[in-house]
Design a protein around this ligand. Structure first.
Ligand code: NCD
Length: 311
């Protein structure tokens, strides 16, 4: 059972996985659900490093809870100011040090490619918890698992991905993840200046996904089974004037939902800013809090698979 795609492998991008891998992960996740209130000893004696060079609440905490529930010890560093990096230590040396202290490194960094770079240096597996605008594979695993739980399937549904698709790494990884399945249709909805990047469109074309770009949610809301929303990634937009131009340019409102299917589910990787009317939080459309809750079980399953522990 240890010889899975995950075992002792890095988790850097959704493009490195196949559908079967995710199905295995989802089966493990089901097992882990049974133990979310228990302390297991599957990873007893293992040390997991959390190297978060960029702010994070949910991702860091859910990795920490997941590792601890499995019995692992956790060491963590947060923010560059508190590190020797502020004394001039290179990322490479920091990774080398974590690699000698631990069995697995979870890294988040503002630069694209930082996780892949860390993986080249570290002998132990590296999990990418977000690198710049590029990838956030574990978030996509959670998103897809949530859809599987809500609808019983990921195939055959119509999807809308709304928001900052240019700088959003969570939306990018979600879109890549969908290409492993058979979505009926995928709408990419964003303001012109936050359009999905060319390299992402290229993957959709190569993988034969039926998709269309749109500028407003109103055009397609009635067709959707799943609406994935992401905030404007303000901190990644290089020019503050550009941000001002798009600020508040999209929002899911109760009015728009009048045209939606009754079964529509709205996902969001969180944090939300102003892109979803708060009154939607308490409606059956909102799936983002349950999605956040699944984060722990999915990450437990992933850590167990990568470190070769059987549930
Ligand atoms: C996302 C991220 O960090 O990319 N958040 C998360 O991990 N849940 C999305 C975001 O910050 O908008």
């Amino acid at each position: 059972m240890k010889e899975t795609t995950f075992y002792h492998h890095d988790v850097l991008s959704m493009l490195d996985f196949r559908r079967e891998d995710l199905e295995l992960l989802f089966n493990y996740t089901e097992e882990m659900h049974k133990y979310t209130n228990t302390k297991l000893s599957l990873l007893l004696g293992k040390v997991v490093s959390l190297a978060f060079f960029e702010p994070s609440t949910r991702t860091r905490l859910s990795f920490e809870v997941a590792a601890k529930r499995l019995g692992a010890d956790v060491i963590s560093i947060t923010g560059e100011e508190s590190l020797s990096i502020s004394k001039g230590e290179s990322l490479a040396d920091t990774i080398r040090m974590l690699d000698t202290y631990s069995d697995l490194i979870v890294i988040r960094h503002r630069y694209e490619g930082a996780a892949r770079y860390a993986a080249e240096i570290a002998e132990h597996p590296v999990i990418n918890a977000g690198d710049g605008k590029q990838h956030h594979p574990t978030q996509a695993m959670i998103d897809l698992y949530t859809i599987k739980k809500l609808f019983g399937t990921i195939d055959g549904l119509s999807y809308g991905v709304l928001g900052d698709l240019r700088y959003g790494r969570a939306s990018t990884s979600f879109i890549y993840g969908l290409t492993l399945f058979k979505p009926k249709k995928l709408y990419l909805i964003s303001p012109e200046s936050l359009r999905v990047r060319e390299e992402v469109l290229q993957v959709l074309k190569e993988r034969g996904i039926v998709f269309e770009e749109k500028r407003s949610l109103g055009e397609v809301i009635g067709e959707l089974d799943v609406l994935y929303v992401i905030r404007i990634q303000k901190e990644r937009i290089p020019d503050p004037m550009e941000y001002e131009k798009v600020r508040g340019s999209y929002k899911v409102t109760l009015d728009l939902l009048k045209y939606a299917k009754k079964e529509l589910k709205i996902l969001h990787p969180l944090p939300k800013v102003d892109e979803i009317d708060e009154r939607i939080d308490n409606t059956p459309y909102a799936a983002y809090f349950i999605q956040a809750k699944y984060g722990v079980s999915v990450r437990m399953a992933l850590l167990a698979l990568v470190l070769g522990a059987e549930p």
